[in-house]
Design a protein around this ligand. Structure first.
Ligand SMILES: Cc1cc2nc3c(=O)[nH]c(=O)nc-3n(C[C@H](O)[C@H](O)[C@H](O)COP(=O)(O)OP(=O)(O)OC[C@H]3O[C@@H](n4cnc5c(N)ncnc54)[C@H](O)[C@@H]3O)c2cc1C
Ligand SMILES: NC(=O)c1ccc[n+]([C@@H]2O[C@H](COP(=O)([O-])OP(=O)(O)OC[C@H]3O[C@@H](n4cnc5c(N)ncnc54)[C@H](OP(=O)(O)O)[C@@H]3O)[C@@H](O)[C@H]2O)c1
Length: 466
Protein backbone atom coordinates (compact mmCIF):
# COMPACT_ATOMS: atom_id res chain seq x y z
CA UNK A 1 0.00 0.00 0.00
CA UNK A 2 1.53 3.35 -1.00
CA UNK A 3 1.32 6.48 1.21
CA UNK A 4 1.70 6.84 4.98
CA UNK A 5 2.72 3.97 7.26
CA UNK A 6 -0.13 1.50 7.41
CA UNK A 7 -1.80 1.28 10.79
CA UNK A 8 -2.93 -2.04 12.24
CA UNK A 9 -5.32 -2.51 15.18
CA UNK A 10 -4.98 -5.65 17.28
CA UNK A 11 -8.12 -6.25 19.33
CA UNK A 12 -7.19 -8.07 22.55
CA UNK A 13 -3.82 -7.72 24.29
CA UNK A 14 -3.57 -11.34 25.42
CA UNK A 15 -0.78 -13.72 24.41
CA UNK A 16 -2.08 -14.11 20.84
CA UNK A 17 -2.35 -10.33 20.38
CA UNK A 18 1.13 -9.85 21.84
CA UNK A 19 2.67 -12.54 19.63
CA UNK A 20 0.91 -11.02 16.60
CA UNK A 21 2.25 -7.54 17.43
CA UNK A 22 5.74 -8.92 17.85
CA UNK A 23 5.54 -10.85 14.55
CA UNK A 24 4.19 -7.76 12.77
CA UNK A 25 7.12 -5.73 14.07
CA UNK A 26 9.52 -8.34 12.70
CA UNK A 27 8.05 -9.09 9.31
CA UNK A 28 5.54 -6.54 8.10
CA UNK A 29 7.94 -3.62 7.69
CA UNK A 30 7.10 -0.16 8.90
CA UNK A 31 3.62 -0.44 10.41
CA UNK A 32 2.02 1.35 13.35
CA UNK A 33 0.39 -1.01 15.82
CA UNK A 34 -2.34 -0.24 18.36
CA UNK A 35 -3.32 -2.90 20.92
CA UNK A 36 -6.94 -2.32 21.97
CA UNK A 37 -7.93 -4.11 25.16
CA UNK A 38 -11.20 -4.18 27.12
CA UNK A 39 -9.38 -4.44 30.47
CA UNK A 40 -7.16 -1.70 31.92
CA UNK A 41 -4.32 -4.29 31.92
CA UNK A 42 -2.61 -6.25 29.13
CA UNK A 43 -1.65 -9.94 28.69
CA UNK A 44 -5.06 -11.64 28.85
CA UNK A 45 -4.95 -15.12 30.39
CA UNK A 46 -1.25 -14.79 31.21
CA UNK A 47 -2.39 -12.39 33.95
CA UNK A 48 -5.94 -13.67 34.46
CA UNK A 49 -5.68 -17.41 33.72
CA UNK A 50 -2.24 -18.88 34.42
CA UNK A 51 -2.28 -20.13 38.00
CA UNK A 52 -0.63 -17.99 40.68
CA UNK A 53 1.62 -20.88 41.81
CA UNK A 54 3.14 -20.96 38.29
CA UNK A 55 4.98 -17.63 38.54
CA UNK A 56 7.81 -18.77 36.27
CA UNK A 57 5.33 -18.85 33.36
CA UNK A 58 3.99 -15.41 34.19
CA UNK A 59 7.46 -14.03 33.47
CA UNK A 60 6.57 -14.24 29.77
CA UNK A 61 4.97 -10.84 30.39
CA UNK A 62 8.46 -9.32 30.39
CA UNK A 63 9.12 -10.70 26.91
CA UNK A 64 5.74 -9.44 25.69
CA UNK A 65 6.50 -6.02 27.16
CA UNK A 66 9.92 -5.86 25.51
CA UNK A 67 8.70 -7.02 22.11
CA UNK A 68 5.55 -4.88 21.96
CA UNK A 69 5.06 -1.91 24.31
CA UNK A 70 8.80 -1.12 24.45
CA UNK A 71 8.99 -1.63 20.71
CA UNK A 72 6.65 1.11 19.56
CA UNK A 73 3.25 -0.62 19.92
CA UNK A 74 0.61 1.50 21.63
CA UNK A 75 -1.60 0.10 24.41
CA UNK A 76 -5.18 1.39 24.46
CA UNK A 77 -6.72 -0.29 27.50
CA UNK A 78 -10.24 -0.06 28.89
CA UNK A 79 -11.59 0.02 25.31
CA UNK A 80 -14.07 -2.70 24.39
CA UNK A 81 -14.47 -3.24 20.67
CA UNK A 82 -18.14 -3.79 19.85
CA UNK A 83 -19.17 -1.56 22.77
CA UNK A 84 -16.97 1.55 22.82
CA UNK A 85 -16.04 1.41 19.15
CA UNK A 86 -17.54 -0.65 16.34
CA UNK A 87 -15.89 -2.93 13.83
CA UNK A 88 -16.93 -0.56 11.00
CA UNK A 89 -15.28 2.36 12.82
CA UNK A 90 -12.05 0.40 13.22
CA UNK A 91 -12.09 -0.35 9.50
CA UNK A 92 -12.38 3.39 8.80
CA UNK A 93 -9.23 4.09 10.83
CA UNK A 94 -6.92 1.11 10.24
CA UNK A 95 -5.59 -0.67 7.17
CA UNK A 96 -6.12 -3.98 8.94
CA UNK A 97 -7.71 -5.31 12.12
CA UNK A 98 -6.51 -8.48 13.85
CA UNK A 99 -8.98 -10.03 16.28
CA UNK A 100 -7.24 -11.66 19.26
CA UNK A 101 -10.18 -11.69 21.66
CA UNK A 102 -9.74 -15.25 22.98
CA UNK A 103 -12.62 -17.26 24.44
CA UNK A 104 -14.45 -15.18 27.01
CA UNK A 105 -16.98 -17.60 28.45
CA UNK A 106 -17.46 -21.27 29.37
CA UNK A 107 -18.88 -24.25 27.55
CA UNK A 108 -22.02 -25.55 29.26
CA UNK A 109 -22.77 -29.19 30.18
CA UNK A 110 -26.50 -29.07 29.47
CA UNK A 111 -27.48 -31.10 32.54
CA UNK A 112 -30.11 -30.45 35.21
CA UNK A 113 -28.89 -28.45 38.19
CA UNK A 114 -26.00 -26.82 36.31
CA UNK A 115 -27.21 -23.39 37.44
CA UNK A 116 -27.83 -24.24 41.11
CA UNK A 117 -26.02 -21.94 43.56
CA UNK A 118 -22.71 -23.64 44.34
CA UNK A 119 -22.23 -24.86 40.74
CA UNK A 120 -19.70 -22.64 39.01
CA UNK A 121 -17.78 -22.61 35.76
CA UNK A 122 -14.04 -23.04 36.35
CA UNK A 123 -13.65 -19.92 34.16
CA UNK A 124 -15.31 -17.93 36.98
CA UNK A 125 -13.23 -19.46 39.77
CA UNK A 126 -10.01 -18.91 37.79
CA UNK A 127 -10.86 -15.28 37.02
CA UNK A 128 -11.79 -14.70 40.68
CA UNK A 129 -8.54 -16.05 42.18
CA UNK A 130 -6.51 -14.23 39.54
CA UNK A 131 -8.05 -10.84 40.34
CA UNK A 132 -9.96 -10.27 37.07
CA UNK A 133 -11.95 -7.10 37.90
CA UNK A 134 -15.24 -8.43 36.45
CA UNK A 135 -15.18 -11.42 38.86
CA UNK A 136 -13.93 -9.86 42.06
CA UNK A 137 -17.28 -9.82 43.81
CA UNK A 138 -18.13 -13.51 43.35
CA UNK A 139 -18.60 -15.43 46.59
CA UNK A 140 -17.42 -19.04 46.51
CA UNK A 141 -18.71 -21.04 49.45
CA UNK A 142 -15.72 -23.09 50.59
CA UNK A 143 -17.40 -24.35 53.75
CA UNK A 144 -18.12 -27.86 52.39
CA UNK A 145 -15.64 -30.69 52.83
CA UNK A 146 -16.01 -32.11 49.33
CA UNK A 147 -15.78 -30.38 45.93
CA UNK A 148 -16.46 -32.06 42.59
CA UNK A 149 -14.50 -30.87 39.54
CA UNK A 150 -15.94 -31.94 36.18
CA UNK A 151 -13.37 -32.40 33.37
CA UNK A 152 -9.74 -33.46 33.56
CA UNK A 153 -7.80 -30.92 31.47
CA UNK A 154 -5.10 -28.49 32.58
CA UNK A 155 -7.59 -25.87 33.77
CA UNK A 156 -9.04 -28.56 36.05
CA UNK A 157 -5.47 -29.26 37.27
CA UNK A 158 -5.07 -25.55 38.12
CA UNK A 159 -8.30 -25.33 40.11
CA UNK A 160 -7.58 -28.63 41.90
CA UNK A 161 -4.21 -27.22 43.06
CA UNK A 162 -5.78 -23.97 44.17
CA UNK A 163 -8.32 -25.88 46.26
CA UNK A 164 -5.78 -28.22 47.84
CA UNK A 165 -2.53 -26.25 48.23
CA UNK A 166 -1.98 -24.84 51.68
CA UNK A 167 -2.45 -21.05 51.96
CA UNK A 168 1.27 -20.94 52.87
CA UNK A 169 2.12 -22.10 49.36
CA UNK A 170 -0.01 -19.31 47.88
CA UNK A 171 0.83 -16.34 50.08
CA UNK A 172 4.04 -15.51 48.19
CA UNK A 173 2.23 -15.48 44.83
CA UNK A 174 0.14 -12.86 43.03
CA UNK A 175 -3.15 -14.57 43.90
CA UNK A 176 -5.86 -11.95 44.49
CA UNK A 177 -6.07 -10.97 48.17
CA UNK A 178 -9.81 -11.67 48.34
CA UNK A 179 -9.18 -15.24 47.11
CA UNK A 180 -6.28 -15.83 49.50
CA UNK A 181 -8.46 -14.76 52.39
CA UNK A 182 -11.30 -17.09 51.32
CA UNK A 183 -8.92 -20.01 50.74
CA UNK A 184 -7.37 -19.49 54.19
CA UNK A 185 -10.79 -20.12 55.70
CA UNK A 186 -11.58 -23.04 53.38
CA UNK A 187 -12.95 -26.26 54.91
CA UNK A 188 -12.34 -28.27 51.73
CA UNK A 189 -10.72 -31.64 52.45
CA UNK A 190 -11.42 -33.57 49.28
CA UNK A 191 -11.62 -32.82 45.56
CA UNK A 192 -13.19 -35.48 43.34
CA UNK A 193 -12.34 -35.08 39.65
CA UNK A 194 -14.55 -36.61 36.97
CA UNK A 195 -13.04 -37.60 33.61
CA UNK A 196 -15.75 -38.71 31.20
CA UNK A 197 -13.29 -40.91 29.30
CA UNK A 198 -10.56 -43.29 30.48
CA UNK A 199 -7.02 -42.76 31.78
CA UNK A 200 -5.55 -42.94 28.26
CA UNK A 201 -7.76 -40.02 27.21
CA UNK A 202 -7.21 -37.71 30.19
CA UNK A 203 -6.69 -34.17 28.91
CA UNK A 204 -4.01 -33.26 31.50
CA UNK A 205 -0.50 -32.83 30.14
CA UNK A 206 1.95 -35.08 31.97
CA UNK A 207 3.81 -32.34 33.86
CA UNK A 208 0.52 -31.08 35.28
CA UNK A 209 -0.63 -34.59 36.22
CA UNK A 210 2.74 -35.39 37.84
CA UNK A 211 2.50 -32.17 39.86
CA UNK A 212 -0.91 -33.22 41.24
CA UNK A 213 0.69 -36.36 42.60
CA UNK A 214 3.39 -34.46 44.47
CA UNK A 215 1.60 -31.62 46.25
CA UNK A 216 2.75 -31.12 49.80
CA UNK A 217 0.23 -32.39 52.34
CA UNK A 218 -2.07 -33.78 49.65
CA UNK A 219 -2.93 -37.43 49.03
CA UNK A 220 -3.76 -38.32 45.40
CA UNK A 221 -5.94 -41.37 44.92
CA UNK A 222 -6.82 -43.30 41.82
CA UNK A 223 -8.90 -46.50 41.82
CA UNK A 224 -6.94 -49.33 40.22
CA UNK A 225 -10.10 -50.79 38.68
CA UNK A 226 -10.79 -47.52 36.82
CA UNK A 227 -7.30 -47.65 35.28
CA UNK A 228 -7.84 -50.99 33.56
CA UNK A 229 -7.79 -50.19 29.88
CA UNK A 230 -10.70 -51.41 27.76
CA UNK A 231 -9.74 -53.19 24.49
CA UNK A 232 -10.48 -50.10 22.33
CA UNK A 233 -8.18 -47.89 24.43
CA UNK A 234 -5.51 -50.60 24.63
CA UNK A 235 -5.35 -50.86 20.81
CA UNK A 236 -5.40 -47.10 20.44
CA UNK A 237 -2.60 -46.60 22.97
CA UNK A 238 -0.47 -49.29 21.33
CA UNK A 239 -0.96 -48.05 17.74
CA UNK A 240 -1.64 -44.30 17.94
CA UNK A 241 -1.18 -43.29 21.57
CA UNK A 242 0.67 -40.01 22.03
CA UNK A 243 3.70 -39.71 24.30
CA UNK A 244 1.52 -37.72 26.72
CA UNK A 245 -1.16 -40.42 26.82
CA UNK A 246 1.40 -43.17 27.50
CA UNK A 247 3.14 -41.13 30.18
CA UNK A 248 -0.19 -40.26 31.81
CA UNK A 249 -1.22 -43.91 31.98
CA UNK A 250 2.14 -44.83 33.56
CA UNK A 251 1.88 -42.00 36.07
CA UNK A 252 -1.67 -42.96 37.01
CA UNK A 253 -0.60 -46.58 37.56
CA UNK A 254 2.20 -45.36 39.83
CA UNK A 255 -0.25 -43.22 41.79
CA UNK A 256 -2.74 -46.09 42.13
CA UNK A 257 0.00 -48.38 43.48
CA UNK A 258 1.18 -45.91 46.14
CA UNK A 259 0.20 -46.33 49.76
CA UNK A 260 -2.15 -43.58 50.96
CA UNK A 261 -0.26 -40.63 52.46
CA UNK A 262 -0.95 -40.86 56.16
CA UNK A 263 -1.87 -37.61 57.83
CA UNK A 264 -2.41 -35.68 54.56
CA UNK A 265 -4.68 -32.72 55.25
CA UNK A 266 -6.32 -32.89 51.83
CA UNK A 267 -7.12 -35.48 49.24
CA UNK A 268 -7.64 -35.52 45.47
CA UNK A 269 -9.46 -38.43 43.88
CA UNK A 270 -9.22 -38.82 40.10
CA UNK A 271 -12.20 -40.77 38.73
CA UNK A 272 -12.36 -42.07 35.17
CA UNK A 273 -15.15 -43.05 32.79
CA UNK A 274 -17.58 -41.04 34.88
CA UNK A 275 -19.98 -38.32 33.67
CA UNK A 276 -22.32 -36.14 35.69
CA UNK A 277 -25.99 -36.84 34.99
CA UNK A 278 -27.41 -34.11 37.21
CA UNK A 279 -26.38 -31.71 39.95
CA UNK A 280 -28.84 -31.88 42.85
CA UNK A 281 -29.80 -29.91 45.91
CA UNK A 282 -32.63 -27.97 47.43
CA UNK A 283 -31.73 -24.37 46.85
CA UNK A 284 -27.99 -25.10 46.44
CA UNK A 285 -25.61 -27.87 45.43
CA UNK A 286 -25.76 -30.95 47.67
CA UNK A 287 -24.71 -33.78 45.34
CA UNK A 288 -23.73 -34.80 41.83
CA UNK A 289 -25.17 -37.99 40.31
CA UNK A 290 -22.66 -39.67 38.06
CA UNK A 291 -22.89 -42.57 35.65
CA UNK A 292 -20.29 -44.93 34.27
CA UNK A 293 -19.23 -44.74 30.62
CA UNK A 294 -17.49 -47.08 28.25
CA UNK A 295 -15.20 -46.10 25.41
CA UNK A 296 -16.44 -46.63 21.86
CA UNK A 297 -14.86 -45.82 18.52
CA UNK A 298 -17.10 -43.37 16.62
CA UNK A 299 -17.52 -43.39 12.81
CA UNK A 300 -14.94 -40.60 12.51
CA UNK A 301 -12.38 -42.77 14.39
CA UNK A 302 -12.55 -40.70 17.60
CA UNK A 303 -12.78 -42.49 20.94
CA UNK A 304 -15.90 -41.33 22.72
CA UNK A 305 -17.62 -41.95 26.05
CA UNK A 306 -20.93 -43.84 25.91
CA UNK A 307 -23.18 -44.18 28.95
CA UNK A 308 -23.57 -47.62 30.45
CA UNK A 309 -27.08 -48.54 31.55
CA UNK A 310 -26.44 -48.85 35.29
CA UNK A 311 -27.81 -47.05 38.35
CA UNK A 312 -26.26 -43.64 39.00
CA UNK A 313 -23.78 -43.11 41.83
CA UNK A 314 -24.41 -40.04 44.02
CA UNK A 315 -21.45 -38.00 45.30
CA UNK A 316 -22.33 -35.63 48.12
CA UNK A 317 -20.57 -32.26 47.79
CA UNK A 318 -21.09 -28.55 48.45
CA UNK A 319 -19.34 -27.05 45.46
CA UNK A 320 -19.08 -28.05 41.80
CA UNK A 321 -16.57 -26.56 39.36
CA UNK A 322 -17.35 -27.31 35.72
CA UNK A 323 -14.03 -27.34 33.89
CA UNK A 324 -15.12 -28.54 30.47
CA UNK A 325 -13.60 -25.83 28.31
CA UNK A 326 -13.82 -22.18 27.39
CA UNK A 327 -15.97 -20.77 24.58
CA UNK A 328 -15.63 -17.68 22.39
CA UNK A 329 -18.40 -15.12 22.03
CA UNK A 330 -19.31 -13.36 18.77
CA UNK A 331 -18.25 -9.77 18.11
CA UNK A 332 -20.92 -7.47 16.65
CA UNK A 333 -20.70 -7.20 12.83
CA UNK A 334 -17.83 -9.70 12.51
CA UNK A 335 -18.56 -13.12 10.94
CA UNK A 336 -18.80 -15.92 13.54
CA UNK A 337 -18.96 -19.68 13.15
CA UNK A 338 -21.76 -20.69 15.54
CA UNK A 339 -20.81 -24.38 15.44
CA UNK A 340 -17.09 -24.10 16.15
CA UNK A 341 -17.28 -20.82 18.13
CA UNK A 342 -14.43 -19.17 16.19
CA UNK A 343 -14.12 -16.46 13.56
CA UNK A 344 -14.32 -18.44 10.29
CA UNK A 345 -10.86 -18.07 8.75
CA UNK A 346 -8.30 -19.50 6.43
CA UNK A 347 -4.78 -19.29 7.85
CA UNK A 348 -5.97 -16.29 9.87
CA UNK A 349 -7.77 -14.40 7.07
CA UNK A 350 -11.35 -13.98 8.30
CA UNK A 351 -13.93 -15.27 5.80
CA UNK A 352 -17.38 -13.97 4.88
CA UNK A 353 -20.35 -16.39 5.12
CA UNK A 354 -19.81 -17.31 1.44
CA UNK A 355 -16.19 -18.27 2.12
CA UNK A 356 -14.39 -15.28 0.57
CA UNK A 357 -11.70 -13.42 2.56
CA UNK A 358 -13.03 -10.31 4.29
CA UNK A 359 -10.37 -7.78 3.23
CA UNK A 360 -8.31 -6.37 6.08
CA UNK A 361 -9.78 -8.61 8.83
CA UNK A 362 -7.69 -11.32 10.54
CA UNK A 363 -7.81 -13.60 13.58
CA UNK A 364 -5.21 -15.09 15.96
CA UNK A 365 -5.21 -17.27 19.06
CA UNK A 366 -8.25 -18.88 20.65
CA UNK A 367 -10.74 -16.82 18.61
CA UNK A 368 -9.05 -18.21 15.48
CA UNK A 369 -8.66 -21.88 16.34
CA UNK A 370 -10.76 -22.55 19.47
CA UNK A 371 -9.86 -22.70 23.17
CA UNK A 372 -6.97 -25.15 23.09
CA UNK A 373 -3.23 -24.83 23.16
CA UNK A 374 -0.58 -23.55 25.49
CA UNK A 375 0.97 -20.10 25.32
CA UNK A 376 3.61 -21.11 22.77
CA UNK A 377 0.94 -22.44 20.38
CA UNK A 378 -0.20 -18.86 19.87
CA UNK A 379 3.24 -17.82 18.60
CA UNK A 380 3.22 -20.12 15.58
CA UNK A 381 -0.42 -19.32 15.05
CA UNK A 382 0.24 -15.55 15.11
CA UNK A 383 3.12 -15.97 12.67
CA UNK A 384 0.79 -17.69 10.19
CA UNK A 385 -1.79 -14.88 10.39
CA UNK A 386 0.82 -12.13 10.21
CA UNK A 387 2.42 -13.74 7.14
CA UNK A 388 -0.97 -13.46 5.37
CA UNK A 389 -1.38 -9.85 6.50
CA UNK A 390 2.16 -8.96 5.39
CA UNK A 391 1.44 -10.52 1.98
CA UNK A 392 -1.80 -8.55 1.65
CA UNK A 393 0.02 -5.32 2.55
CA UNK A 394 2.83 -6.05 0.09
CA UNK A 395 0.45 -6.87 -2.76
CA UNK A 396 -1.77 -3.84 -2.07
CA UNK A 397 -4.72 -6.16 -1.50
CA UNK A 398 -6.07 -3.92 1.28
CA UNK A 399 -8.28 -0.86 0.79
CA UNK A 400 -6.71 2.22 2.39
CA UNK A 401 -8.84 3.38 5.34
CA UNK A 402 -10.93 6.56 5.03
CA UNK A 403 -9.38 8.19 8.16
CA UNK A 404 -5.82 6.91 8.41
CA UNK A 405 -4.42 9.57 10.79
CA UNK A 406 -3.66 8.48 14.32
CA UNK A 407 -5.09 11.78 15.62
CA UNK A 408 -8.52 10.89 14.26
CA UNK A 409 -8.83 7.58 16.11
CA UNK A 410 -7.39 9.19 19.24
CA UNK A 411 -10.04 11.93 19.09
CA UNK A 412 -12.82 9.38 18.63
CA UNK A 413 -11.60 7.26 21.55
CA UNK A 414 -11.15 10.28 23.80
CA UNK A 415 -14.77 11.21 23.13
CA UNK A 416 -16.09 7.70 23.78
CA UNK A 417 -13.79 6.48 26.59
CA UNK A 418 -12.51 9.35 28.75
CA UNK A 419 -10.35 6.95 30.78
CA UNK A 420 -8.46 5.09 28.08
CA UNK A 421 -5.46 3.43 29.76
CA UNK A 422 -2.28 4.12 27.83
CA UNK A 423 1.07 2.46 28.33
CA UNK A 424 1.92 5.05 30.99
CA UNK A 425 -1.30 4.18 32.82
CA UNK A 426 -0.45 0.47 32.66
CA UNK A 427 3.08 1.16 33.93
CA UNK A 428 1.56 3.03 36.88
CA UNK A 429 -0.71 0.07 37.68
CA UNK A 430 2.17 -2.37 37.29
CA UNK A 431 4.49 -0.25 39.46
CA UNK A 432 1.92 0.13 42.21
CA UNK A 433 1.08 -3.58 42.24
CA UNK A 434 4.76 -4.55 42.42
CA UNK A 435 5.36 -2.04 45.17
CA UNK A 436 2.42 -3.35 47.19
CA UNK A 437 3.92 -6.83 46.85
CA UNK A 438 7.39 -5.87 48.05
CA UNK A 439 6.80 -6.05 51.81
CA UNK A 440 5.16 -9.45 51.63
CA UNK A 441 7.83 -10.77 49.22
CA UNK A 442 5.16 -11.26 46.59
CA UNK A 443 5.63 -10.58 42.85
CA UNK A 444 2.72 -8.13 43.06
CA UNK A 445 -0.49 -7.50 44.94
CA UNK A 446 -3.12 -7.07 42.28
CA UNK A 447 -5.52 -4.18 42.11
CA UNK A 448 -8.61 -6.24 41.55
CA UNK A 449 -11.38 -3.73 40.85
CA UNK A 450 -11.82 -1.63 37.75
CA UNK A 451 -12.12 1.49 39.95
CA UNK A 452 -8.76 0.86 41.66
CA UNK A 453 -7.08 0.04 38.36
CA UNK A 454 -8.41 3.15 36.63
CA UNK A 455 -7.49 5.45 39.51
CA UNK A 456 -3.96 4.04 39.60
CA UNK A 457 -3.68 4.66 35.85
CA UNK A 458 -5.19 8.15 36.13
CA UNK A 459 -2.92 9.16 39.03
CA UNK A 460 0.10 8.97 36.75
CA UNK A 461 -1.68 10.58 33.85
CA UNK A 462 -2.48 13.60 36.06
CA UNK A 463 0.98 13.74 37.67
CA UNK A 464 2.53 13.60 34.18
CA UNK A 465 0.27 16.49 33.08
CA UNK A 466 1.09 18.73 36.09
C1 LIG B 1 -6.97 -21.02 33.34
C2 LIG B 1 -5.92 -21.12 32.27
C3 LIG B 1 -4.60 -21.34 32.62
C4 LIG B 1 -3.63 -21.46 31.63
N1 LIG B 1 -2.34 -21.72 32.01
C5 LIG B 1 -1.40 -21.89 31.06
C6 LIG B 1 -0.07 -22.19 31.44
O1 LIG B 1 0.25 -22.31 32.63
N2 LIG B 1 0.85 -22.37 30.45
C7 LIG B 1 0.52 -22.26 29.13
O2 LIG B 1 1.40 -22.42 28.27
N3 LIG B 1 -0.76 -21.96 28.73
C8 LIG B 1 -1.71 -21.78 29.66
N4 LIG B 1 -2.99 -21.50 29.30
C9 LIG B 1 -3.31 -21.31 27.87
C10 LIG B 1 -3.05 -19.84 27.41
O3 LIG B 1 -3.45 -18.98 28.45
C11 LIG B 1 -3.80 -19.55 26.11
O4 LIG B 1 -3.22 -20.35 25.09
C12 LIG B 1 -3.72 -18.08 25.69
O5 LIG B 1 -4.01 -17.20 26.73
C13 LIG B 1 -4.68 -17.77 24.54
O6 LIG B 1 -4.40 -16.46 24.14
P1 LIG B 1 -5.46 -15.46 23.47
O7 LIG B 1 -4.72 -14.19 23.31
O8 LIG B 1 -6.07 -16.10 22.28
O9 LIG B 1 -6.64 -15.30 24.53
P2 LIG B 1 -6.69 -14.49 25.91
O10 LIG B 1 -5.52 -14.78 26.74
O11 LIG B 1 -8.03 -14.78 26.48
O12 LIG B 1 -6.64 -12.93 25.50
C14 LIG B 1 -7.74 -12.29 24.88
C15 LIG B 1 -7.73 -10.82 25.27
O13 LIG B 1 -8.72 -10.15 24.48
C16 LIG B 1 -9.40 -9.22 25.33
N5 LIG B 1 -10.71 -8.95 24.70
C17 LIG B 1 -11.74 -9.83 24.57
N6 LIG B 1 -12.76 -9.24 23.93
C18 LIG B 1 -12.39 -7.97 23.65
C19 LIG B 1 -13.03 -6.88 23.00
N7 LIG B 1 -14.26 -6.99 22.50
N8 LIG B 1 -12.36 -5.70 22.88
C20 LIG B 1 -11.08 -5.58 23.39
N9 LIG B 1 -10.45 -6.59 24.01
C21 LIG B 1 -11.07 -7.77 24.14
C22 LIG B 1 -9.48 -9.94 26.66
O14 LIG B 1 -9.75 -9.05 27.74
C23 LIG B 1 -8.09 -10.59 26.73
O15 LIG B 1 -7.15 -9.72 27.33
C24 LIG B 1 -3.98 -21.36 30.26
C25 LIG B 1 -5.33 -21.14 29.90
C26 LIG B 1 -6.29 -21.03 30.91
C27 LIG B 1 -7.72 -20.81 30.52
N1 LIG C 1 -0.22 -25.50 32.61
C1 LIG C 1 -0.63 -25.39 31.36
O1 LIG C 1 0.13 -25.54 30.43
C2 LIG C 1 -2.07 -25.07 31.09
C3 LIG C 1 -2.92 -24.73 32.15
C4 LIG C 1 -4.27 -24.49 31.86
C5 LIG C 1 -4.73 -24.59 30.55
N2 LIG C 1 -3.85 -24.92 29.56
C6 LIG C 1 -4.33 -25.13 28.18
O2 LIG C 1 -5.51 -24.41 27.92
C7 LIG C 1 -6.37 -25.18 27.07
C8 LIG C 1 -7.76 -25.26 27.69
O3 LIG C 1 -7.72 -26.11 28.85
P1 LIG C 1 -9.08 -26.78 29.40
O4 LIG C 1 -8.71 -27.62 30.55
O5 LIG C 1 -10.12 -25.72 29.53
O6 LIG C 1 -9.59 -27.63 28.16
P2 LIG C 1 -9.30 -29.15 27.68
O7 LIG C 1 -7.86 -29.50 27.77
O8 LIG C 1 -9.96 -29.22 26.36
O9 LIG C 1 -10.07 -30.08 28.75
C9 LIG C 1 -11.47 -30.06 28.83
C10 LIG C 1 -11.93 -31.23 29.66
O10 LIG C 1 -13.34 -31.17 29.75
C11 LIG C 1 -13.89 -32.44 29.37
N3 LIG C 1 -15.22 -32.25 28.83
C12 LIG C 1 -15.60 -31.51 27.76
N4 LIG C 1 -16.93 -31.58 27.59
C13 LIG C 1 -17.40 -32.37 28.58
C14 LIG C 1 -18.68 -32.82 28.94
N5 LIG C 1 -19.77 -32.46 28.25
N6 LIG C 1 -18.81 -33.66 30.02
C15 LIG C 1 -17.73 -34.02 30.73
N7 LIG C 1 -16.47 -33.62 30.44
C16 LIG C 1 -16.32 -32.81 29.37
C17 LIG C 1 -12.91 -32.96 28.35
O11 LIG C 1 -13.09 -34.33 28.16
P3 LIG C 1 -12.83 -35.00 26.70
O12 LIG C 1 -11.34 -35.08 26.56
O13 LIG C 1 -13.52 -36.30 26.81
O14 LIG C 1 -13.45 -34.07 25.68
C18 LIG C 1 -11.60 -32.59 29.05
O15 LIG C 1 -11.32 -33.49 30.07
C19 LIG C 1 -5.72 -26.53 26.89
O16 LIG C 1 -5.04 -26.61 25.67
C20 LIG C 1 -4.74 -26.58 28.05
O17 LIG C 1 -3.61 -27.42 27.81
C21 LIG C 1 -2.54 -25.17 29.80
Amino acid sequence: MAGPRPRVAIVGAGPAGAFAASALRRCAGDVEIDLLERLPTPWGLLRGGVAPDHQDIKRLQDTFDRQTLRHGCRFLGNVEVGVDISHAELMRHYAAVIYATGAQTDKSLGIAGEDLPGSWAATEFVAWYNGHPDYRDLQFDLSAKRVVVIGNGNVAADVIRMLTLSPRALERTDIADHALEALRASAVEEVVVLGRRGPAQAAFTSAELRELGHLEGVDLRVRAEELELDPVSQDWLADHGTFTARTNVELLREFAARAPREGAARRIELRFLRSPVQIRGSGRVEAVDIRRNEIVRADDGALRARAVDEPVEPIACGLVLRSVGYRAVPLPDVPFDERSFVLPNERGRVLTPDGAPLPGVYAVGWIKRGPTGILGTNKRDAEETVACLADDLATAALTPPASPDRAQIDALLAERVPDVVTVEGWRAIDGLERERGRDGQRPRVKLASRGELLSAAAATASSAAS
